[in-house]
Design a protein around this ligand. Structure first.
Ligand SMILES: [Zn+2]
Length: 293
């Protein structure tokens, strides 16, 4: 009934992670938490078991802008036990049309700390860690290893590629959310099971370092869907977008699901990488999701 995605078993139940089993942990939902999450616990397919899985999950969110910040908001109120937010830089006034965790009086200060403060006030039952750095080759492996799942909401493709490669290296699922103006793209990547980001985008799209026009309602729509993908993967609720790319033209309210191409020779998740992955993904049953690829 509550089938967590198998990719999450390793990080949640691995030897170096002292998480209680779901059965033990059910008793560990506090009365406050049961009250706080009552309306979602009522959902068929989530229940107290799913809520416990959320509580025992650490999610890494790279970027805390209109996309990552809003996704983090919905992970926080859903009760994901620990959030690691990673983003360098200070809040600009022109961020405020979409960065809903921020307030006007914070302009000029590091946005990741304001995000931490807002989320912690919204839900004191979770832990929120703020890392005021950009994703880099130096920090990404340590960050990914501490997480059960990652949400890629980074600003540029350099950071996105680093996160994708680290998630493949360490066998962590990654929700990939990207947008360009009124268009948005979403998929869920499970190393060893689905195409990775490099399979999807072997050549990087043109990227305007000064940014593109964006409405908060557009980044927020994508962010809600990205948070939902993570919640689905953790709890087993519904069907995540495995091997499928959801494309959204929000100017026309047109949504389409496309099968994502899995490159057998991908330099990131191809044969050489898969060989190194085999030790880390022993709990994954490859046949289970091949129909979705
Ligand atoms: Zn790949």
């Amino acid at each position: 009934m509550h089938q967590t995605h198998p990719a999450l078993r390793a990080p949640l139940l691995g030897g170096d992670v002292t998480q209680p089993s779901c059965e033990d942990a059910v008793a560990q939902l506090t009365p406050t938490e049961i009250e706080r999450y009552r309306r979602q616990i009522m959902l068929p397919g989530l229940g107290e078991t799913g809520q416990l899985k959320l509580k025992n999950t650490t999610a890494l969110v790279t970027g805390v802008g209109g996309l990552g910040g809003t996704a983090a908001l919905y992970l926080a109120v859903a009760g994901v036990g620990k959030l690691i937010l990673v983003r360098g830089g200070d809040l600009q006034r022109d961020d405020l049309n979409r960065q809903v965790l921020m307030t006007d009086d914070w302009v000029g200060q590091p946005r990741v700390f304001k995000a931490q403060k807002t989320l912690q006030a919204l839900n004191p039952d979770i832990e929120v860690e703020a890392v005021c750095e950009y994703v880099s080759a130096d920090n990404i492996d340590a960050l990914v290893q501490r997480a059960d799942i990652a949400l890629d909401c980074a600003f540029d493709f350099n950071e996105r590629d680093l996160l994708n490669a680290a998630c493949v290296r360490w066998g962590r699922p990654m929700v990939e959310a990207a947008m360009n103006s009124m268009e948005a793209y979403l998929t869920t990547i499970v190393p060893g099971q689905t195409p990775c980001l490099t399979c999807l985008y072997p050549e990087k799209p043109e990227w305007d370092r000064w940014g593109f026009g964006v409405l908060g309602a557009v980044s927020g729509t994508l962010a809600c869907l990205a948070a939902l993908e993570a919640i689905k993967l953790v709890t087993g609720l519904g069907d995540p977008l495995l091997g499928q790319l959801l494309t959204m033209d929000l100017a026309r309210a047109e949504f389409a699901k496309r099968r994502a191409y899995h490159d057998p020779d991908c330099p990131v998740c191809g044969p050489i990488s898969r060989h190194h992955l085999s030790d880390r993904l022993t709990d994954i049953a490859p046949a289970e999701f091949c129909g979705a690829l």
